[in-house]
Design a protein around this ligand. Structure first.
Ligand code: C5P
Length: 690
């Protein structure tokens, strides 16, 4: 099985309007660290033995690393969604008469660590050539310092287009033994990481007890080097740093050609850079928000972002494997003047925070931003200005003075995941927001897939967790819609008819010619997902607008209901609609009806009701409704359709309709109850909980 090491596709619309929110609370588990995942993958591929990597990040950047390693002959198998088994090659890569092509996307870490690994792996593979290429931006990102460092030990590397930039072509050839390697460290610390990771193998190759890797000049982003060293230790290599920037590396005792021995299992930490968005969300949205998977034990330097957040006034408590954040006791963040050299990625998150702070924030030591996915200094300055901020920029600094009130803006993202995730934070209510009319749209939000495909879903969820939700689930025509709407009205809460979201998508799919009675073909799946990502119906009073047209009536037909229930069985469709459902949970609270409100969408709901009635009673109710509206209907057919739909909803493997007393659901059989009696049942239980 060479199976799903790549992420399940998350579909993104070309533009993502974010609903404004004022609260964030609860907990979020951030995905595995990109830096950790890609280091672990490469070391596991190089080392002797088999490594099981747990909690690996599924993202574009890890996918290109995995695919490149497979091209090079490494066997990588999925052992379930969260575990990957990598069969180490012990420093020997496959030989090939044909050039091997590795596509590295826009992953700097992949190209900068794969290149040295190839130099080592092809040292006795004369005649084998490997081409490393990426997206257009990758071909503008410098790699000269690393190429020079490797040429100094005899590597044959050609830069195909411009000297010092990818695409690169590497030819296998023997290397010149040297006890000391050197590399410059002021453009990217990834060059040093690349050399450190092959140092144990070079020592073996040249039969030396140790290799010295020396940094010439300044070393930026030092914490990333500490992470590299920690992972090298896990794979048995030994190191010391007798003076700063000079690393003595020896192979693992009794190791093979790579100088590395698999530790057996490696568990990837939560990503500290990804955590920064939620730490910030806790500060902007009140909290307490617990970010799980990152804490004081974390090896990643970006965890120091929490110190910057405390300096801004947020209340931060650090635990071994989690960090909990609350808004400042004073209610307002304060500007800071902060050296960001050690937290280059997480420091981007300080830009949106600066827009909410009192005073002018200065971010220093961010020169490396210029050569990342985009020129991040220019990008962050341009987008912050769109929101009304006054921003000054220098070669390696930014200063940000917030506006009195944020302006509506369409945020461009430059194919840079961190630009998208940072500015999403501006969906939080700003002290200057007079009303809720401000609009924030993230353009091309799909770039978050580079490191955090589920970002927008998690971001919607932490907002949803912060408000009380009453969940009402049940089969078709059990009366849950009517009851939920009346309860919402009586309590002054928002109302979500989640079935209407599935029905709107069902209508679009029927109009697009899809047939609910035939199994969904793979090529149709993508079309459905595209429709799901874009359809975003608006609920205006009692009407529903789908791409601007009223569809309140059109979505109630049986054909649409059948289509909706077929679509609802597809896990990707359910995932795509999750964020939209979470967006409905706004202050002061929400009443939501559907099939999986209590179990999947709002598992933290304060009250969970399962509303049901016999199939006969439900068919009769639906029959009366249809006749009253002037539709023709046959009772027996209606009952058959209801039963079919119920069966599909109950038997589907994802988010089935179920009554789960252990999850705290209470059952209400409405066969013999009036609507007012059912409403009263829910209200009596809900009122004390709000
Ligand atoms: O509730 P309603 O009949 O409008 O829902 C239409 C269909 O959408 C249901 O039969 C069900 O398959 C699906 N649905 C769902 N989960 C929800 C709401 C609706 O699967 N939360």
């Amino acid at each position: 099985m060479s199976g799903p090491a790549t992420p399940a596709a998350v579909s993104f619309p070309p533009q993502l309007p974010l609903s404004l929110r004022d609260r964030a609370a609860g907990s979020v588990r951030v995905p595995g660290s990109k830096s950790y995942s890609n280091r672990a993958l490469l070391l596991a591929a190089l080392a002797g033995g088999t490594t099981r990597i747990h909690h690996l990040l599924h993202s574009d950047d890890t996918a290109v690393m995995i695919e490149s390693l497979r091209q090079l002959g490494v066997l990588i198998e999925a052992e379930g969604p969260q575990v990957l088994r990598v069969h180490g090659m012990d420093g020997v890569l496959r030989s090939s008469a044909e050039p091997i092509a590795c596509f590295v996307g826009n992953s700097g870490l992949t190209i900068r660590t794969l290149l040295p690994a190839l130099v080592l792996g092809l040292a006795d593979r004369e005649g084998t050539a490997v081409r490393l290429h990426g997206v257009a931006r990758m071909h503008e990102r410098p790699i000269a310092d690393l190429v020079e460092g490797l040429r100094a030990i005899g590597a044959h590397i050609e830069c195909e287009a411009a000297e010092g930039f990818p695409p690169l072509r590497l030819h296998g050839r023997p290397l010149d033994p040297q006890a000391e390697l050197s590399v410059r460290g002021n453009v990217s610390s990834q060059f040093l990481t690349g050399l450190l990771q092959i140092a144990p193998g070079l020592a073996k190759l040249w039969d030396l007890p140790e290799i010295i890797v020396r940094v010439e000049g300044e070393l930026i982003s030092r914490p990333y080097i500490d992470l590299t060293l920690a992972l090298l230790s896990m794979f048995g290599a030994q190191w010391r740093e007798p003076e700063p920037g000079m690393f003595w590396i020896s192979p693992a005792p009794n190791s093979g050609r790579s100088g590395l021995i698999s530790p057996g299992d490696v568990t990837v930490e939560g990503d500290a850079s990804s955590a920064s968005y939620f730490l910030a969300a806790g500060a902007l949205g009140g909290g307490p928000l617990a970010v799980l998977g990152v804490g004081s034990q974390t090896l990643q330097g970006d965890v120091a972002f929490a110190q910057a957040l405390s300096a801004m006034g947020a209340r931060v408590s650090m635990h071994a494997d989690s960090i909990v954040v609350q808004a400042p006791a004073s209610g307002r963040l304060q500007a800071i003047d902060w050296p960001c050299g050690d937290i280059p990625d997480a420091a981007m998150t300080l830009v949106p925070l600066a827009l909410y702070a009192e005073g002018t924030t200065h971010l220093r030591g961010i020169g490396s931003w210029r050569v990342k996915e985009t020129d991040r200094i220019a990008a962050m300055a341009t987008e912050a200005r769109k929101l009304g901020a006054v921003v000054a920029e220098g070669p390696d600094w930014l200063s940000i003075t917030p506006p009195a009130a944020l302006q509506s803006a369409e945020i461009a993202t430059y194919d840079d995941h961190r630009v998208a995730m940072s500015f999403a934070l501006c969906a939080f209510a700003h002290p200057g927001d007079a009303d809720r009319g401000r609009l924030l749209t993230i353009l091309e939000p799909g770039c978050v897939a580079k490191t955090y495909p589920e970002f927008f879903n998690d971001f919607a969820r932490v907002a949803a967790q912060a408000v009380p939700v009453i969940a009402i689930d049940g089969p078709s025509a059990s009366g849950k819609g009517t009851v939920a709407a009346r309860v919402a009205e009586a309590l002054g809460l928002h109302y979500l008819d989640s079935g209407a979201l599935y029905r709107c998508l069902g209508l679009l799919c029927l109009e697009a010619g899809l047939d609910p009675n035939t199994a969904v073909q793979p090529e149709q799946r993508q079309r459905i997902l595209d429709l799901a990502a874009r359809h975003a119906p608006q609920f205006v009073g009692t009407n529903i607008l789908l791409q601007g047209r009223p569809v309140g009536e059109a979505i109630r037909t049986e054909a649409v209901g059948q289509m909706a229930s077929c679509l609802a069985a597809l896990p990707e469709v359910r995932a795509a609609l999750l964020r939209q459902q979470h967006d409905f949970a706004r202050s002061p609270g929400l009443v939501a009806d559907g099939r999986d409100m209590s179990t999947v969408v709002f598992p933290g709901a304060v009250l969970k009701v399962f509303l049901t009635a016999t199939a006969e009673a439900r068919a009769e109710r639906r029959y009366k409704q249809l006749i009253e509206k002037g539709f023709s209907a046959t009772l027996s057919l209606l009952q058959q359709d209801l039963e079919d739909r119920d069966r599909r909803d109950r038997e589907r493997p994802v988010a089935p309709l179920l009554f789960d007393a252990e999850a705290g659901m209470v059952m209400l059989d409405t066969t013999r109850l009036s609507i007012s009696e059912a409403v009263e049942f829910v209200l009596q239980r809900a009122r004390p909980l709000l």
